[in-house]
Structure formats: structure tokens, C-alpha cells
Design a protein around this ligand. Structure first.
Ligand code: TRP
Length: 360
């Protein structure tokens, strides 16, 4: 039976890039129900690896992220939510896994590499130890729950690969103990990395180019209207380009034929609209209005649920507290089997052996 685990760093509110990249897949998995357990972890410890000087930000965003989860319809009856730092088996497991990974292997991790340069670290000198260690601690997050399915965005693939290597190495040295996980990606490639509204490679808080799940209707409208389209498409009659046109990228990620029936009856589907746009005769205003309607339909119930949950923060805490108990049960069990496999359990059998040894 499947065990699903994933998580997010609590460093900001979640945006629609998170939604198509991973949250929508979690909802699908939840609705399919084909699992023994689904864990969603708020990765505060990992968030501290590059925010250790701003714990307030991390702490406060735990609540924001939890509000986002419940608002999109993740159901605490079907999903176990917990905070990473509440499960002390995770750093313990990390300690044992650290022995199985070389420093040069970690520095070859493509995500780590790009994050090191993004943050302006000089890799040998100024990168904090905790930062380069996070792929290893992520392997602990995954293996602690014996998770086999990890719904993530494609930037996390190197972390899953690192986890698989650690699992193989551990099982080789100490005997079959851990489960090799698989990443679960969206089947629509556009969703892997939704660009920001400015057309930049990735939607990200630091680039200030996000549409948040909690944006109001007015904010949403303003952001869609300022979206980057096709700079050569000046007059409505001009032929337009679809490639690199962010409005179409978003339509690829969010729109279905149903949306045409509701909001754009002139066309049956996206490929018809694209063809016409390329020929000319379709204004950017029209496609932006269409996109706005689609996104607003998605975000309206999310906003409403968020309002409701904001009135009951205590409920969020209760969910996390229950989840933490469940998470600790699973993780402690794995920690035990890891210690058993390594042979540092110091159990009764060991004690008896030692008694005999010293009697002779
Ligand atoms: N690295 C993930 C992110 O930045 C968060 C995360 C931490 C995670 N532990 C995990 C994701 C385990 C999947 C599985 O978004």
C-alpha cells in the first residue's frame, strides 16, 4: 500500500505555481484515495537552513501554509499534517545518513548548485553546513515514513535521487531496511515550473512575480492585466506569438475545454484559440479576460475557505498536534529499525552477549 509524503518550506504564502506544480497533484491523490497514509510536512527545519537569521518569518508562515493547505481542499481526515521540527527522529536519522554521502556528491546536486550561486555563496568558504546538508535531511524526511510516492515539483528531483542513493547505500551496508521512493510529477510539463507574471523563469516570492492563492479578486485582475504577452503583437489584427507568451503558458496549465463553454464560446478548445491568435484578430485583452475568469473560478472557493479557517486558528493547531503524534509513531518505528540494522540498539541480546564475554 502506498505511503505518500511531501512538504513545503514555510517561507511565504503558497502561489499558483505551487498549485499546478504539486498541490493539485496532492488533491488528485487524496481524491483517488489509493494509499495507506498521506503525510504533508511543513518543513520549518529545512526553511531555517537559509533563514536561520529570520526565525520569525519561518514561524509565522507555518500558519499561512497550513491555511493554504486547508483552503485548497486538502482534508485533515485524509491527510496527516505535521511540523518537521516536532519529529525528532528526523535529525537523528540525518546523522546516520550523513556518513553515506560525500561532500562532493552534495555539491554536485544541481538544485544545491543553483541555490548556492543564487544566494551568492562562495561554495567552499561561505556556504553554511546546514545548507548543503539539507538534501540529506530531506532523505530522512522521506524514509522516516517509508514513503514511496513523493509529489513534488521538478526542482526536487535531485533530492529524490539523492534519497534513493542513500537508501541503496544504507540497505547495502546494513541490510534491507529502507524503501526507495519515487517522485510523482504532474503529467502536464508546463506545470513543472510555472513562470512568473513578468515572464521570468520561475514564479518566486523574491522576484515579486507571484499570483498567490490568497490574492483578492482585485489583485488577481491587476496581475493578470499586467502579464507579459507578445511584444510584437501591437494591433489586434497583427499575428501573435504563442511561444513565450505567458498568458498562453498559464492557459496551458489551467484551462480545460469546459472553460471555453463557460467563458469563451467562440472557440471549442485551446488549440483553436492559439491558431486564431497566431493568424491575428485576437486582442491581448480578450485572452487576459479569459485567463482571469479561469483563475478567479479556481481562487474564489479557496479565498472563501481561507476566510473561514482564519477565524479558527486553534483548529489548525489541533490538526498539527494530532498529526505530530501520528508522524512520530511512524518515524520512531523507522528510527528503531535503522538503529537495529546498524547494530546500535544495545538491547537485551547485546547485554547478554557482553555479560558472557566478560565472564570468560
Ligand atoms: N525541499 C522542499 C521544498 O523546498 C520541501 C521538503 C522538505 C520536502 N522535505 C521534503 C519535499 C520531503 C518533499 C519531501 O519545497
Amino acid at each position: 500500500m502506498n505511503i505518500i509524503l511531501t512538504g513545503d518550506r514555510p517561507t511565504g504564502k503558497l502561489h499558483i505555481g505551487h498549485y499546478v506544480g504539486s498541490l493539485r497533484e496532492r488533491l488528485n491523490l487524496q481524491n483517488q484515495g489509493d494509499y495507506e497514509k498521506m503525510f504533508i510536512m511543513i518543513a520549518d527545519t529545512q526553511a531555517l537552513t537559509d533563514n536561520f537569521d529570520n526565525p520569525t518569518k519561518v514561524r509565522e508562515n507555518v500558519i499561512e501554509v497550513m491555511l493554504d493547505y486547508l483552503s485548497i481542499g486538502l482534508d485533515p481526515k485524509k491527510v496527516t499534517f505535521f511540523i518537521q521540527s516536532k519529529v525528532s527522529a528526523l535529525p537523528e536519522l540525518t546523522m546516520y545518513y550523513m556518513n553515506l554521502v560525500t561532500l562532493s556528491r552534495v555539491l554536485r546536486n544541481p538544485t544545491i548548485k543553483s541555490e548556492i550561486s543564487l544566494r551568492g555563496y562562495d561554495k567552499d568558504k561561505s556556504v553554511p553546513f546546514g545548507f548543503v546538508n539539507y538534501p540529506i535531511s530531506q532523505a530522512a524526511d522521506i524514509t522516516a515514513f517509508k514513503a514511496n510516492i513523493i509529489p513534488v515539483g521538478d526542482d526536487q528531483l535531485p533530492m529524490i535521487e539523492q534519497t534513493r542513493e542513500i537508501v541503496r547505500s544504507f540497505n547495502n551496508i546494513y541490510g534491507e531496511t529502507l524503501i526507495e521512493p519515487k517522485a510523482h510529477l504532474s503529467d502536464n510539463e508546463v506545470c513543472y515550473r510555472l513562470p512568473g507574471i513578468d515572464g521570468k523563469a520561475k514564479m518566486s516570492k523574491s522576484l515579486n512575480n507571484c499570483i498567490y492563492l490568497s490574492d483578492t479578486e482585485e489583485e488577481l485582475k491587476r496581475k493578470v492585466m499586467m502579464m507579459y504577452t507578445d511584444p510584437t503583437h501591437l494591433k489586434v489584427t497583427d499575428p501573435g506569438h504563442v511561444e513565450g507568451n505567458i498568458v498562453f503558458t498559464y492557459l496551458d496549465a489551467f484551462c480545460s475545454d469546459e472553460h471555453f463553454k463557460k467563458y469563451y464560446q467562440e472557440f471549442n478548445n485551446l488549440s483553436e484559440l492559439k491558431k486564431q491568435y497566431e493568424k491575428g484578430g485576437i486582442g491581448d485583452m480578450a485572452i487576459k479576460k479569459f485567463l482571469f475568469n479561469i483563475l478567479n473560478e479556481l481562487l474564489t472557493p479557496i479565498r472563501e475557505r481561507r476566510k473561514k479557517y482564519q477565524q479558527n486558528i486553534k483548529y489548525l493547531f489541533d490538526i498539527l498536534e494530532n498529526g505530530q503524534k501520528e508522524a512520530n509513531k511512524y518515524a520512531n518505528e523507522t528510527l528503531n529499525s535503522v538503529k537495529n540494522a546498524i547494530g546500535i540498539n544495545y538491547n537485551e541480546e547485546f547485554l547478554n552477549q557482553q555479560i558472557i564475554k566478560y565472564q570468560q
